[in-house]
Design a binder for this molecule. Structure first.
Ligand code: NAP
Length: 250
């Protein structure tokens, strides 16, 4: 459906769930994907899956909450392929569940450092490389919780609202220099982030919150991300795109 031949793409959090689906779809569509996550073996597994399908991939371990690791990730992309054109800042964590008045301070910092600082550090390293490449596209993964609240998740909700505003601001700054920057807000998606933490009864309860009557799949999020990264989205920048089965419609 899309053609990313000749483009290099960084995907963070690419060894699981939504990031893995995005890495696979970008690679099948011709991109050389820098598969980045915390665990080297997991990055290697996704790269092997891409190579099996005839695609191009390079593993690169990086903690998105470390600005030096983000700079090294961009350097890896440029050294491997000559330029960086695309980036998906996807890595994220759920964090502790507690009312705001009792929210643990260390959990707050941890969520912010991965979900919000991580996107800032990512773009801060990626944008100069994309300017060197003559332009590019960035998608930041936020959530439906970038626009509505969710009890007992103040850090997560605040971090995801932050990503929406950060995306809009950076998009305005670089719109005339050939870099488009958008965010994507999934509702509840069937990934280890959910399935490792919730039993089937809880998953069924979450499904009922969506007018579609189910939670989504990683591939349904990837479809939106790949569209926004593609030249078909050439007039789309600074906006926040929900993939939510109607969750925020009521
Ligand atoms: P996932 O299956 O847990 O995958 C996230 C990946 O990111 C994991 O491989 C994780 O590694 C990695 N990661 C965690 N901290 C990192 C760090 N500091 N640096 C680099 N990588 C790190 O989660 P997912 O559901 O695909 O979520 C992907 C994104 O979508 C997140 O931003 C999440 O907030 C967002 N999202 C998810 C849902 C949902 O319902 N699933 C809904 C809305 C938005 P480890 O496994 O080793 O921690």
């Amino acid at each position: 459906m899309f053609d990313f031949t000749g483009r290099t793409a960084i995907v963070t959090g690419a060894a699981s769930g939504i990031g893995e689906a995005i890495a696979l779809e970008l690679a099948v569509a011709g991109a050389h994907v820098i598969v980045s996550d915390l665990d080297a073996d997991a990055c290697g597994r996704v790269c092997a899956a891409i190579l099996d399908r005839g695609g191009k991939a390079t593993p690169c371990v990086a903690d998105v909450s470390d600005p030096e690791a983000q700079a090294a990730l961009v350097a890896c992309a440029e050294e491997e392929t000559g330029a960086l054109h695309l980036a998906v800042n996807n890595a994220g964590i759920g964090g502790a569940q507690a009312p705001t008045g009792e929210y643990p301070l260390d959990a707050w910092r941890q969520v912010m450092s991965v979900n919000l600082d991580g996107v800032f550090y990512g773009m801060r390293a990626q944008i100069p490389a994309m300017l060197r490449a003559g332009g590019g596209a960035i998608v930041n993964i936020t959530s439906i919780l970038g626009s509505v609240g969710f009890a007992n998740s103040s850090a997560y909700v605040a971090s995801k609202h932050g990503v929406v505003g950060l995306t809009k601001t950076a998009a305005m700054e670089y719109a005339q220099q050939g870099i488009r920057i958008n965010s994507v807000g999934p509702a509840f998606i069937q990934t280890p982030l959910l399935t490792d933490n919730l039993d089937q009864e809880m998953l069924d309860g979450l499904a009922g919150l969506h007018p579609a009557g189910r939670i989504g799949t990683p591939e349904e999020v990837s479809a939106m991300v790949c569209f926004l990264m593609s030249d078909r989205a050439s007039f789309i920048t600074g906006s926040y795109h929900l993939v939510d089965g109607g969750y925020t419609a009521p």
